[in-house]
Ligand binder design. Structure first.
Ligand code: ATP
Ligand code: MG
Length: 520
C-alpha cells in the first residue's frame, strides 16, 4: 500500500444523523422552549399537572392500546428483546440459524447437534428463570423439540420437500424464541393518570418527510376517570385551542365528529360495509381490503380517485343512538358556550373499538399534506382493555414538530411583526464591548445584572478593539451595545449604543436596566 493510500484510510469516519432524526439547535430551541413553557402555563390553569413516562414499555402494551393491525404497531415500532449479557450463550448458540448451513446442504446431520444443544440450553435457562416463561416461548420450545424428533428420523428416502419445510420451521421457531422481555420505544402515550400531560419524544419507523420524523415530539394530555359530561370534552378542546391561540398559531381549524359507541357504531359499520361493497371494484387495493377488516378506515383515504365515491357514503351522525346524539349536541353546545369555533367532519374516525363519541383533529397553516397538529378523542374502554377498571377517558396528542414548523412558517411570512411568534422568542441582544482590565470587571457585573433582569447578553471572553467589537455585535444581530472603557469606568457614565441608528447615550449604571426596559 502506498503512503498516500494509507493516509486516506486513516481519515476518521464521518457520522451522520440517523434517518428521520435531526439536531435541534439555537436559535430554534428557544422557540421549542417557549412552546413548552406556554403549554405548562396554559395547562396549569386548567388544573393539569405534568407527568414523565419511561421511554420504553412492553411491546404488548402498545399492541393492545394502539391496535395490532395499525401501521404504528405492525410496521413502525422500534422493538427489541431486552436481555442481559448472560443471555449471550443462548444467542450464540442460536446464531447457527444465521448461516447457510441451515438452508443449503441437504445433510441434516450437521445442524442437528447444534440445534439440540440450543434446545437443552434453552430449557435450562427456562428452569433457571432466565428465559421468560411466556406462553409463546413454551409453545416454541415444544415445537422445536418435535421438529428435532422429526429431523432425527430423516433418511435418504424422506421426500426432500418435507424435510426442507421442517428444517425451515425449526429455524423459524428457534429465531422466534424471546430471549428476554420484548419491549418497544414509545410510539405514543397510553393511559396514565388523572388530568395530566406530558412532553415527550416518540419513535416511529416511518418514511421521513416534512413534518414526519422517526423521533418526534408530542405534547399530550388526558383526563381519566370522573364524568363523561360533554363539558369535559369541550374543556379539553378549549384547552388546546387556548394554547394554540396563546402561541399565535395561524390558520387553526378544529374538526370534530362523533363516532357513536358500542351500541350504535356496529350497525353503522355494517351499513358502511354494505355500501362500500357496492362500489368495491372502483376502490383501490387498500380500501378494498379495509372493507373487510375495518370499513371506517376507508373514510380516512386520501386517494384522489376514491373521494367522489366516499363522499356519497352514509354519515354516522344520521345513525347515532339517542344517547350518543344527545351527547354530540351537548359537546357542540359546550364548545359554542366557550367561543370555540369548530367544523363538523363526518369522515373523521378512529379505527379501534374502545374509541367512542367525540373525536377531533386540529390543522394549521404552512404544513403541506402533514397538516394535522393535534388529534384527540374519547376512549372510555381503553383502561379496561389494559387490565384496569372501567374508566372514562379523553385526551389528545399534539405534534410539537409540526406546531413549531407552522409557527416558523408564519414568522417567515411576516418578519418583524411584533405579534408574530418569533418576535418575542427572546429579548433583544445586548453586546458588551469592553476594553481594559478594570472595564472587564465592570462588564462581568453588568452582564450579571442584565441577565438577571431577563436580557440576553453577549459578553466577549477576550478583549477586542471597539471597532471590531461593534462589528461583531452587528453580525450577531444585537440591538444594543454597551461600551465600557477606561473613561466609562472612571466617570461612572456608561455608553449605550443603539445599533440600528447609531444613537449613543450616556447612562449611570443604576439607570441602565430601567432605561432598557422602557425601550422594549
Ligand atoms: P398522521 O395521520 O399525520 O400520520 P397519526 O394519526 O399517526 O398522524 P397520532 O398518532 O394521532 O398521529 O399522533 C398525534 C400527532 O402527532 C399527529 O397529529 C402529528 O401532529 C404528530 N405526529 C404523528 N406522527 C409523526 C411523525 N412521524 N413526525 C412528526 N409528528 C408526528
Ligand atoms: Mg401516522
Amino acid at each position: 500500500m502506498s503512503e498516500g493510500a494509507a493516509k486516506k484510510e486513516e481519515k476518521p469516519r464521518k457520522f451522520q444523523a440517523i434517518r428521520g432524526t435531526r439536531d435541534l439547535l439555537p436559535p430554534e430551541t428557544a422557540l421549542w422552549n417557549r412552546v413548552e413553557q406556554t403549554a405548562h402555563e396554559v395547562f396549569a390553569t386548567f388544573g393539569f399537572g405534568e407527568i414523565r413516562l419511561p421511554i420504553f414499555e412492553q411491546t404488548e402494551l402498545f399492541a393492545r392500546s394502539i391496535g395490532a393491525d395499525t401501521d404504528v404497531v405492525s410496521k413502525e415500532m422500534y422493538t427489541f428483546e431486552d436481555h442481559d449479557l448472560h443471555d449471550l450463550n443462548l444467542r450464540r448458540s442460536r446464531s447457527i440459524t444465521d448461516i447457510e448451513l441451515f438452508t443449503e446442504p441437504t445433510n441434516v446431520g450437521i445442524i442437528l447437534p447444534y440445534a439440540k444443544h440450543f434446545l437443552t440450553e434453552a430449557k435450562q435457562e427456562l428452569t433457571a428463570g432466565k428465559l421468560p416463561r411466556t406462553p409463546s416461548n413454551e409453545f416454541l420450545l415444544a415445537r422445536i423439540e418435535s421438529d428435532l424428533e422429526y429431523l432425527a428420523t430423516v433418511t435418504d428416502a424422506t421426500p426432500r420437500d418435507a424435510f426442507r419445510d421442517r428444517r425451515s420451521e425449526l429455524r423459524r421457531n428457534m429465531q422466534a424464541l424471546e430471549l428476554g422481555p420484548v419491549i418497544s420505544l414509545r410510539p405514543e402515550v397510553t393511559a396514565s393518570v388523572c388530568r395530566a400531560y406530558i412532553e415527550h419524544n416518540m419513535h416511529r419507523r416511518e418514511r421521513p418527510q416534512k413534518g414526519r420524523y422517526r423521533q418526534f415530539y408530542q405534547i399530550d394530555a388526558e383526563v381519566l376517570g370522573g364524568t363523561d359530561a360533554p363539558a369535559i370534552d369541550a374543556e379539553v378542546i378549549e384547552m388546546v385551542m387556548t394554547f394554540f391561540e396563546r402561541l399565535g398559531l395561524e390558520g387553526v381549524q378544529l374538526h370534530i365528529n362523533s363516532i357513536g359507541d358500542k351500541k350504535c357504531r356496529p350497525k353503522y359499520v355494517e351499513l358502511l360495509r354494505a355500501e362500500l361493497s357496492k362500489v368495491k371494484d372502483r376502490l383501490g387495493a387498500d380500501s378494498q381490503r379495509r372493507i373487510e377488516t375495518n370499513p371506517l378506515r376507508v373514510l380516512d383515504s386520501k386517494l384522489e380517485s376514491e373521494q367522489k365515491l366516499i363522499e356519497r357514503m352514509p354519515h354516522i351522525a344520521d345513525h347515532l343512538c339517542e344517547e350518543c346524539a344527545e351527547n354530540y349536541r351537548g359537546v357542540k353546545k359546550e364548545l359554542e358556550l366557550r367561543g370555540v369555533k369548530y367544523r363538523e367532519n363526518w369522515r373523521l374516525v378512529r379505527g379501534l373499538d374502545y374509541y367512542m363519541r367525540t373525536t377531533f383533529e386540529i390543522t394549521a397553516k404552512g404544513l403541506g399534506s402533514q397538516n394535522a397538529v393535534c388529534g384527540g378523542g374519547r376512549y372510555d374502554g381503553l383502561v379496561e382493555l389494559l387490565g384496569g377498571p372501567p374508566t372514562k377517558g379523553i385526551g389528545f396528542a399534539i405534534g410539537e414538530d409540526r406546531l413549531i414548523l407552522s409557527l416558523q412558517e408564519s414568522a417567515r411570512a411576516h418578519p418583524g411583526d411584533s405579534g408574530s411568534p418569533l418576535a418575542t422568542r427572546h429579548s433583544p441582544l445586548l453586546y458588551i464591548a469592553w476594553m481594559g482590565e478594570k472595564a472587564y470587571t465592570t462588564a462581568i457585573r453588568a452582564a450579571k445584572n442584565l441577565r438577571n433582569a431577563g436580557f440576553r447578553v453577549e459578553l466577549p471572553p477576550l478583549e477586542q478593539k471597539f471597532g471590531k467589537a461593534l462589528g461583531q455585535a452587528d453580525k450577531l444581530g444585537a440591538r444594543f451595545a454597551l461600551i465600557l472603557g477606561d473613561n466609562e469606568v472612571t466617570s461612572g457614565q456608561w455608553t449605550l449604543k443603539t445599533l440600528a441608528d447609531g444613537k449613543q447615550e450616556k447612562l449611570r449604571e443604576s439607570d441602565l436596566v430601567e432605561h432598557l426596559k422602557k425601550q422594549l
